[in-house]
Design a protein around this ligand. Structure first.
Ligand SMILES: Nc1ncnc2c1ncn2[C@@H]1O[C@H](COP(=O)(O)OP(=O)(O)OP(=O)(O)O)[C@@H](O)[C@H]1O
Length: 241
């Protein structure tokens, strides 16, 4: 699989992406023909009611799942034409994930949790450097149980960015956090986008998060209801919810 990235192309272009789960009476049409472009380098927020298809699209863009129909381009590469092996390489080289629950190894320190990834990546950040980027340079030797929820989520972000992904996907990254801590986590995601140039996609139920985005994609019933391109953006600390 070629890994040359043509910066003149959008990071993602989808055409007619559908996803159908199940068969017969239990069929669910999770995506009903999604056409969307995500320019490289943007911070994009996906909003929409529960069950509207946001996570399904994120999982398809992230190579965790496959579309039932339609085409997904990642720069010049067609993800929908890739073998399972190629999709694994795509995830390994280009994609970082952050989820609502941090999924850290409880028996490993913050440093060791990040090191698990850097040991198998090409040209990674040093674990200490990744942890410093999320403001945890003082917590390298702490175990998850010794850290707050917001700190654990920042370790999870450090782990995701340590392999220098092209894209960082975040599914409800502040869902388990109070608004003050959530803002600190959003600030880190904003810094990753600005300082590393990583394209960042955030799914959230906190609609105010849209104010820090370059682009807001509003989902409804398996499709895109509206895409708004913001002319001005707020800093994460100025967001209220
Ligand atoms: N593995 C699966 N098997 C069957 N149905 C599924 C599966 N995953 C998702 N669905 C269904 O697909 C639809 C879209 O789900 P999805 O998780 O993408 O929505 P969402 O917008 O991310 O929701 P939420 O905000 O609650 O996370 C829902 O009706 C859901 O029940």
């Amino acid at each position: 699989m070629p890994h040359l990235i043509d910066k003149t192309l959008p990071a993602f272009r989808t055409q007619g992406v559908t996803k159908v789960y199940g068969t017969g009476a239990s069929t669910v049409h999770a995506l009903r023909g999604v056409d969307v472009e995500i320019p490289a380098g943007e911070l994009v927020v996906l909003l929409g009611a529960s069950g509207s298809g946001k996570s399904t699209l994120l999982n398809i863009l992230g190579g965790l799942d496959r579309a039932t129909d339609g085409v997904v381009h990642f720069f010049a590469d067609d993800l929908t034409a890739m073998s399972d092996r190629e999709l694994t390489l795509y995830r390994r080289h280009h994609v970082g994930f952050v989820f609502q629950f941090y999924n850290l190894m409880p028996s490993l320190t913050a440093y060791e949790n990040v090191e698990l990834v850097t040991e198998i990546a090409d040209n990674p950040l040093e674990p200490a450097e990744a942890l410093a980027l999320v403001g945890l340079e003082q917590r390298l030797d702490h175990f998850p149980a010794q850290m707050s929820g917001g700190e654990q989520q920042r370790v999870a972000i450090a782990r995701a960015i340590a392999k220098r992904p092209t894209i960082l996907f975040c599914d409800e990254p502040t869902g388990a956090l109070d608004s003050h801590t959530g803002r600190a986590v959003l600030r880190v995601l904003q810094d990753v986008n600005r300082e590393l140039g990583t394209t960042v996609l955030i799914i959230t139920h906190a609609a105010a998060t849209a104010k820090m985005a370059d682009r807001v994609i509003d989902f409804a019933d398996g499709g895109i209801r509206e895409v708004v391109v913001n002319t001005t953006k707020l800093s994460a600390e100025d967001i209220q919810w």
